[in-house]
Each structure stands twice: as structure tokens, then as C-alpha cells.
Ligand binder design. Sequence first.
Ligand SMILES: NC(=O)c1ccc[n+]([C@@H]2O[C@H](COP(=O)([O-])OP(=O)(O)OC[C@H]3O[C@@H](n4cnc5c(N)ncnc54)[C@H](OP(=O)(O)O)[C@@H]3O)[C@@H](O)[C@H]2O)c1
Length: 227
Amino acid sequence: MSDLQAAPGLDVATLAIGILGGTGDQGRGLARRFALAGNPVIIGSRSAERAVAAAQALGADLGIRGMANADAAAAADVVIVAVPWDGHGDLLKSLVAALAGKIVIDCVNPMGFDQRGAYPLPVAEGSAAQQAAAVLPGSVVVGAFHHVSAMLLLDPEVASIELDVLVLGDDRSATDLVQALAARIPGARGLYAGRLRNCGQIEALTANLVSINRRYKAHAGLRVTDV
Ligand SMILES: NC(=O)c1ccc[n+]([C@@H]2O[C@H](COP(=O)([O-])OP(=O)(O)OC[C@H]3O[C@@H](n4cnc5c(N)ncnc54)[C@H](OP(=O)(O)O)[C@@H]3O)[C@@H](O)[C@H]2O)c1
């Protein structure tokens, strides 16, 4: 897809945001923050009932809706992929038509865990985001929100999440829009961090953050200096 096909006319303040796998911690956390910021949000799930239940559990006042993943994808302006790496490729293959012409934001970190902790999994396409781009030729894929802790997003005691959201992609209008979306989370700043081919090390870096979190009992995020 060429530049500007995905983002023109989209106002970040009114964007309808769909979240695939939105019943999980990361999806519910992002749903909550974007709904608090005033965006219409749709939680997607393999089960419409689970999606509705997750949306209601976040608070009826937030107005979050719940639908099957395909319906959430179709109803949203921008779609966030928040499923485990295991189900990533197959889910996206099933949604090629529903996601065509949309910005798809991938926050998936392909990671394994063993007795020594977290480690990045090799991905044939280079990264989860590049796999999404390969599976979804009619969508504009952007990588973002890899390092935002679901625990902080969900915590009602945390008013502001101080970190930079690294945003990667090949379409300037789409990365600009996702940077603006990241900035709707209080304390967060969206920062362009390169083309999609550089998303692998961003996803892999999450394993380092998991190690930091375990050692220091933290929910670590990143800040880039001098920008
Ligand atoms: N947790 C974090 O702090 C965090 C931070 C940054 C990025 N991420 C990334 O965000 C993604 C989601 O993380 P999470 O902790 O929310 O994961 P999760 O709770 O394990 O999964 C999220 C949702 O994905 C759906 N799902 C599970 N297996 C699936 C499959 N095989 N195919 C399709 N859908 C499936 C489930 O929803 P239904 O059963 O309702 O369909 C589940 O509720 C991961 O890729 C992770 O790397 C997580």
C-alpha cells in the first residue's frame, strides 16, 4: 500500500481502535487507556462472549465494546494485534480481508521462557511485525507498544506511564498516527524508531526488560535521551 492510503482523514482523537486478543492483559490494558483518553475501543476475541465480558469488566462507563476478532477488525479504523506469538500468523491469515486498507499495529514479542528466564525466539520473517506485513499485503503494518507493561496499563493507581513507545514502520503517515496514538496514554511519548525491518531487535529487547523486571521487581520501560 502506498503512503497516505492508510491515514488520511483519520483523527487520532476519534479513531476507533480494535484490539485482536483484547481479552488478554495487554489488550485490556491498552483498551482501558485508550477508552480513558476518549477513543471508541472494541475488544476482539475468538469468542464474542469473552470479548463482551472483558469489555464490561473494564467498566461500563468506558463504553468499550466486545466482538469476535473479525467483527472488531471490520468495525475499527486501526487494529492492534495483542495475541501470543503462537497464534499470530494463523489469526492474521484469517483476517486478511477484514484488515485490508487499515493500519495494523503489532505489539507481539516472540519470546520463550526456560529456567534461565526469557529469550527471543527466531522468526523466519525477521520479526512478528514483518510476518504481519507478509501475511497482510493490503494493510499498513506498524510495530509499537512492545515495551508497555500491561500491569501498569491496567493499574488504576497508575495515572501516568513515563516511557517512550518505539514506533516502527515503512509508511510515514501511519507511524506519525501511531506516535500520536501512543501519546494519548498519559506520560507516554511515541517515538519513530526505524523501518519495519528493524522491529526484530525491538521485540527481542523485551526479553531484556523481563530480566530487568525480575531482578528489580519492576515494570521497566524505555526512555530515549536527547530527542
Ligand atoms: N503482557 C504484557 O505486559 C505485554 C507487553 C507488551 C507486549 N505484549 C505482547 O502482547 C501480546 C498479548 O500479551 P498478553 O499478555 O495479553 O497475552 P495473553 O493474555 O496470553 O493472550 C491475549 C489473548 O490472545 C488470545 N489468544 C490466545 N491464544 C491465541 C491463539 N492461539 N490464537 C488467537 N488468539 C489467541 C486470547 O483471547 P481469546 O481466548 O479471548 O481469543 C487471549 O486472551 C503478546 O504477543 C505479548 O508479547 C504483552
